[in-house]
Design a binder for this molecule. Structure first.
Ligand code: ADP
Length: 179
């Protein structure tokens, strides 16, 4: 089973993925979080941020997610770069694939600027920023869109869990449980 979160830098992928992982892990020991930034830190030597490098970075994550899910591990992926070909590969090859577009308008992610990336791009100090000088290919057929502009991370995490079949059972519906 693979849950794949895509979205611009600063949209909220890591925040939501970490929250879902923290909530689910105690009752789902075989759950692994694959964060794109972590994979870069582990294996990214020689990999830059140009579109071709980003494509390769996603390829690594896809193969890793495929290998783990083939061993009955449930996988949450938080990864930025999105391309129709890559998402089509995911859908065709990753078992129990569920795709989430973590959406926030560009002006909001620029304002959040979690990594200072957009400010550096604006100042001409960096390039190869998706949504600035690399086109953002928003996912065309996600299973769920989460608009992080209008809710808290906790709300987003809960909504996501309710929508994913293998996570839904872990969140209460908020209904009565007193019989
Ligand atoms: P990404 O992993 O997509 O680059 P991050 O998760 O690192 O983004 O950063 C998202 C930022 O937006 C965090 O500072 C987070 O607190 C904030 N934020 C505000 N609302 C939400 C929400 N509903 N879901 C996720 N993050 C949110």
């Amino acid at each position: 089973m693979v849950l794949w979160l895509t979205g611009l830098s600063g949209a909220g992928k890591s925040t939501i993925a970490q929250a879902v992982h923290a909530l689910a892990k105690p009752r789902m020991p075989g759950l692994v979080l694959i964060d794109g930034d972590v994979i870069r830190a582990l294996f990214g030597a020689g990999l830059g941020y140009k579109e071709a490098d980003r494509y390769q970075q996603i390829g690594r994550i896809q193969r890793l997610a495929g290998m783990l899910s083939g061993q009955d591990i449930r996988v949450i992926v938080a990864a930025l770069y999105c391309h129709p070909d890559l998402m089509a590969w995911n859908r065709a090859n990753l078992p129990g694939y569920f795709e989430v577009y973590v959406d926030a308008p560009l002006n909001l992610v620029r304002q959040r600027d979690v990594k200072g990336l957009y400010a550096r791009a604006l100042a001409g100090e960096t390039s190869d920023v998706v949504g600035v000088d690399i086109p953002w290919h928003a996912p065309q057929a996600p299973d769920l869109i989460i608009d992080t502009a209008n809710e808290t991370p906790a709300q987003s995490a809960r909504r996501l869990m309710q929508a994913v079949p293998w996570l839904a059972e872990l969140v209460s519906t908020g209904g009565r449980n007193d019989g």
